[in-house]
Design a protein around this ligand. Structure first.
Ligand code: THU
Length: 138
């Protein structure tokens, strides 16, 4: 995993806000955007995409991960996540698990609210004792 500096994280926040503008949220009205940086140096953007049946809704983080994996990416350096709410949007449990498939516990996760107030943490802090492929081999 390559290090991502503060300037780059701020640039990723900008892109995450742009991604948030693509959100499809007729049910919750709550928009989320994500910017995922791959080890290749490319950025993948995602938004939440809701559904009338509710449970098929896809979070912004998973949209970004799935786009990237489809394109052949398998490892990532950082993710920035923004939302339209007053509190920074931390990834939901399902998204933490999906991120852990491809991202190490040291990966920076920058979460921000609608006013650009942000909290920086790592994936390992968000998902300690995660279940991974190594557990299947035990
Ligand atoms: N949402 C995300 O996009 N990411 C998260 O990690 C939490 C929740 C979306 C799903 C739904 O469209 C809306 O936020 C309200 O739950």
């Amino acid at each position: 995993m390559k290090r991502v500096n503060e300037k780059e994280l701020q640039h990723m926040l900008d892109m995450a806000y742009e991604a948030m503008a693509h959100a499809y949220t007729p049910y919750s009205g709550f928009q989320v955007g994500a910017c995922l940086k791959a080890a290749s140096g490319r950025y993948y953007l995602g938004c939440n995409i809701e559904n009338a049946a509710y449970s098929p809704t896809n979070c912004a983080e998973r949209t970004a991960v799935f786009k990237a994996v489809y394109e052949g990416e398998r490892s990532f350096d950082a993710i920035a996540i923004v939302c339209s709410g007053n509190s920074p949007a931390f990834p939901c449990g399902v998204c933490r698990q999906v991120l852990s498939e491809f991202c190490g516990p040291e990966m920076p996760v920058l979460c921000a609210n609608a006013h650009r107030e942000s909290v920086l943490c790592t994936l390992g802090e968000l998902l300690p004792h995660s279940f991974g492929r190594e557990d299947l081999e035990k």
